[in-house]
Design a protein around this ligand. Sequence first.
Ligand code: URA
Ligand code: SF4
Length: 207
Amino acid sequence: RYDAAPFVPEGAGLDVLRRAAADCRGCPLHRAATQTVFGAGNTDARVMLVGEQPGDQEDRQGRPFVGPAGKLLDRALAQAGIDPSEAYVTNAVKHFKFTRAEPGKRRIHKAPSLREMTACGPWLAAELALVEPELIVVLGATAGKALLGSSFRVSQVRGTVLEEEIHGRPERLVPTVHPSAVLRADDREQAYQGLVADLEVAARALG
Ligand code: URA
Ligand code: SF4
């Protein structure tokens, strides 16, 4: 069975948690990836942003949302009135999953399976318990399924404030599209404005 739980230390602070996550072997994704990409930010952050999994750049640098999607996200957050440096940023899955068209070629992002998302859940639960954010911004379908279950549909709930029990705690969440989906959209400007509008809902919910 895939499960990160045996690797998650009890009663640990964020630094101890991060160091333990570096040695996680809770699912096979750690084998091909460079390193664990744990969340970044402080325990006093008011908002937690949850993405899918690290991308190529994040896998190399060991930090979430430092590549193209992260740059776009930071810009959208600032435009919506949320200071990116005051947010805790993490992913539903902590290792980069990829394929290559041919050996030695560029690494192509592959969506994590439900099993991998579930396996990695204990890390996200531990982050939530420590940071206790006032609001969770759910970035795209994978984060939504990881937090709210497999029936989650981003198009149905984006830009609304949800109140749900997550890992045994009452949470407020605002779902939106993943910034990578904005980069892939036919009409990027329209997709970007949609992301900003959803983040403005989050900014208002934070007050
Ligand atoms: N996409 C994500 O979901 N997370 C990252 O950290 C980078 C890209
Ligand atoms: Fe552990 Fe998550 Fe990495 Fe799988 S993806 S090895 S569960 S940290």
